[in-house]
Design a protein around this ligand. Structure first.
Ligand SMILES: [Zn+2]
Length: 324
């Protein structure tokens, strides 16, 4: 059932690894817990969001459910166990002493506070740098807060497009509305040429990354270790692995499908949604070993891949200066 784990493997800062290597989630160490500032400190609320840096945000389920489809679905499932199991996100769900449910999230309070303030009563949060805003947009996207996402993207455009058009473009690249391109009309010809150069470089880097798995930390991934499934001539090197190894055949097909999809549409949006992994999950479930862990491993794998796509965008964007 469980795969063997090398004790020497260490979690990477930006990588989510298979569950055998990770702790079950942030531990509830009462000494480390802090309560968020007002208005997120009210005892009368009915749910707690606990961030990765151990800050408790006391909030209302109805407000969260109103802006986030993910939370709406989660709260609709009445039992905590089934909610955690059904959630597509790394959320665990435990009971605290006062009976209020606690939802653990992977974001820090620096991300969750501005995200919540976007739809809580004023004053709203103001972002002084694009680096503050970017992870909040990512979190709104992750929790399917469509209305909040629009507000934040408007803020991205209104606050930063004149100073950092390329980075705004890189973040807005996922969006298929034309708003960003309208804004980009204001760029000079020289800036536009650089922007096209950015796009070419990004596509090239993405293609290169998808030819291997060097961006993924080695670990107990079932698709690299299951002796029943691993085979074929395609091999991959993971970060920290000694040499290239073959992967499970169902995984190789899946990774090729990802490559094809991203070639046509080089955005993390292209590989989102549970349907995209369906074929791989179906094939892997025929194996008695893989079927035990494949859902969790594929969820983590796709999560890591999306992080890598974002990292590539940032990396390429950082190398090109747009003249003002
Ligand atoms: Zn297998």
């Amino acid at each position: 059932m469980a795969q063997p784990v090398s004790a020497s493997l260490q979690p990477h800062a930006e990588t989510v690894i298979p569950p055998q290597l990770a702790a079950d989630g942030p531990e509830d160490d009462p000494a480390a817990l802090r309560t968020a500032p007002p208005p997120f400190d009210k005892a009368s609320t009915d749910v707690i969001i606990r961030t990765a840096d151990h800050v408790d945000f006391h909030v209302w389920k109805c407000l969260l459910g109103e802006v986030s489809q993910v939370y709406a679905d989660m709260f609709q499932l009445n039992t905590s166990a089934s909610a955690a199991e059904a959630s597509p996100l790394p959320i665990s769900h435990t009971e605290r002493g006062d009976g209020k449910p606690v939802v653990h999230v992977t974001e820090t309070s620096a991300v969750i506070e501005p995200l919540l303030r976007t739809f809580y009563p004023p004053p709203n949060f103001t972002f002084s740098t694009i680096d503050e805003l970017r992870p909040v947009i990512a979190a709104a996207d992750k929790y399917c807060m469509d209305g909040v996402l629009q507000v934040l993207k408007h803020r991205l455009l209104s606050s930063f497009v004149s100073e950092e058009p390329l980075r705004v473009y890189a973040i807005g690249d996922d969006d298929d509305d034309d708003e960003y391109f309208v804004e980009l009309d204001t760029l000079s010809a020289n800036a536009y040429r650089r922007l096209l150069s950015y796009r070419r470089r990004y596509r090239k880097q993405l293609k290169k990354a998808l030819q291997d798995l060097a961006w993924l930390a080695d670990g107990a991934w079932t698709f690299m270790h299951c002796s029943s499934c691993v085979g074929g001539t395609t091999t991959y090197s993971l970060r920290g692995s000694a040499s290239p190894r073959p992967a499970a055949l169902w995984f190789t097909s899946h990774y090729q499908r990802i490559g094809d999809k991203l070639k046509a549409w080089p955005s993390r949006k292209a590989i989102e949604g549970s349907l995209f992994c369906e074929q791989a999950l179906k094939e892997a479930s025929r194996c008695v070993v893989c079927r035990e862990v494949v859902h969790e491993h594929m969820r983590l794998f796709m999560q890591n891949l999306r992080v890598e796509i974002d990292r590539l965008i940032e990396e390429v964007a950082a190398t090109i200066n747009i003249p003002t």
